[in-house]
Design a binder for this molecule. Structure first.
Ligand SMILES: C[S@@+](CC[C@H](N)C(=O)[O-])C[C@H]1O[C@@H](n2cnc3c(N)ncnc32)[C@H](O)[C@@H]1O
Length: 423
């Protein structure tokens, strides 16, 4: 790529990243904001998203560094430019002259108000360029108090800080192999791991469906369920389908259910790419019943998704816990209903990608009170470490586990067995 083309790619990507960050400030997820960059060529679009992710992971830290350098808070658009250049220089090792010049040009391109701020942007960012030591002394950004409070209560301040460091570090790319062929480093639990920034569709085996993208923690839910060939299993909240693919690849007779038809279409696409099959049903799981009782049910319930902040750093900025009571109520109702779909002695795996005990440990405790005959079975699968198992027998996965390997998503997983005399 010649130099001028490289610069164009970056500037298109930088202004795209600023538009994405503006949309997140207005309350959108990065996926919802994708239209902001859809006109960019694919390489610029991907870089715009990467830059926005890197800023969202460190925004508060950048603001802490910038605050004493600013006479008064600038307009939001200018503040976004300052944050982007700060993070490019201090976290992404971008050459200062390139980042500062780009920031000044982006400010100027905003019109008269931006032109008036260009001198300030230049002066502040020159100071930022020399503030590497101050930056290194600042802690990773904190989770919002509605999330941090419960995390500290559950696992302590040191764990909360370790989780925050993992949130800042971001997530590697994990793949679940369908058979033996899969790129990346094999992890102890059977997933394969590649470094961040890998272009998924260019990897060997993508077109032939030899693997699919799925976080190592998410893949454990099905490993703990341990599906067997020919078993009749329902995946009650299936979309986009990572766990349906695992169940089908194990040879189970799978019914994949989701309330959202558009999301269920993604399950169909993923099954087709991987040459796997499942019966797809668009329905509310609370109202669905199979023709005959099932061997097993996987309930990967809707939740706060607070375990996925490494990959969705915008979540703490656009969500709070106002929907939590509704979610935990839905999870409890889904759990109760799921048990009625099982044959006596059948097994249920409950999973949530949440860091909140309210959606995991507490949900399991309440379920056991409501259903005295239900047994918790030890989560057994290769690579599961004893320290991950809770006193109740659930599996608690956190982003700060496996720090030397690059972490994993936050998840709670429990394997339950309906007693042989329960109908
Ligand atoms: C955590 S996601 C599932 C992820 C999926 N298991 C996977 O591994 O790709 C939760 C899903 O539950 C679906 N959902 C929410 N409420 C539902 C309900 N009442 N019945 C069925 N599906 C529901 C949502 O549409 C969403 O796709």
């Amino acid at each position: 790529m010649d130099k001028s083309r490289g610069k164009m790619v970056r500037d298109g990507a930088r202004s795209g990243a600023l538009r994405l960050l503006g949309a997140v400030e207005a309350g959108a997820t990065l996926d919802e904001a994708a239209a902001q960059v859809e006109r960019l060529p694919p390489a610029e679009r991907a870089r715009a998203r990467r830059l926005a992710l890197e800023v969202l992971r460190r925004m508060d830290r950048a603001d802490q560094l910038l605050a004493p350098m600013l006479a008064r808070p600038p307009r939001p658009e200018i503040m976004r430019i300052l944050r982007l250049a700060t993070i490019e220089m201090l976290a992404l090792a971008e050459a200062p002259h390139g980042a500062v010049n780009a920031a000044v040009a982006l400010a100027r391109a905003m019109g008269p108000k931006g032109q008036a701020a260009a001198g300030m942007v230049n002066a502040v960012l020159r100071k930022v360029a020399g503030a590497g030591q101050v930056w290194a002394g600042l802690s990773p950004q904190k989770m919002p108090s509605w999330l941090r409070g419960p995390v500290v209560d559950a696992w302590g301040e040191d764990a909360a800080r370790a989780i925050e460091a993992a949130h800042e570090a971001g997530a590697p790319l994990d793949l679940t192999p369908k058979g033996a062929d899969c790129p990346g480093e094999a992890l102890p639990t059977g997933s394969h791991r590649m470094s961040v920034g890998t272009q998924v569709s260019a990897l060997p085996g993508y077109a032939s469906g030899d693997w699919w993208v799925q976080d190592a923690a998410a893949a454990l839910a099905v490993r703990v369920l341990d599906p067997r060939p020919g078993e009749r299993i329902a995946d009650l909240c299936a979309a986009p389908g990572g766990k349906t693919l695992q169940l089908s690849a194990a040879g189970a007779e799978v019914t994949a259910l989701d309330i959202s038809e558009p999301r269920l279409a993604r399950v169909a696409e993923n099954l087709a790419r991987c040459g796997l099959s499942a019966r797809l049903v668009a329905a509310d799981a609370l109202e669905w019943r199979p023709e005959a009782p099932l061997d097993a049910v996987l309930l990967d319930a809707p939740c706060s998704a607070t375990g996925t902040i490494r990959r969705h750093p915008e979540l703490p900025r656009i969500r709070d816990d106002s929907a939590l009571a509704e979610l935990t109520d839905l999870q409890a109702r889904l759990l109760d209903h799921a048990l009625t779909l099982l044959k006596p002695g059948g097994r249920l795996v409950y999973a949530t990608c949440s860091l909140l005990c309210a959606e995991g440990e507490d949900q399991l405790a309440a379920l056991l009170v409501r259903h005295p005959g239900l047994m918790v079975e030890s989560p057994e699968a290769p690579g599961i470490e004893p320290g991950w198992i809770t006193p109740q027998g659930g599996l608690r996965l956190r982003p700060d586990l496996w720090p030397e390997r690059g972490g994993m998503d936050g998840f709670f997983i429990a394997r339950l067995r309906k007693s042989a005399d329960q109908t």
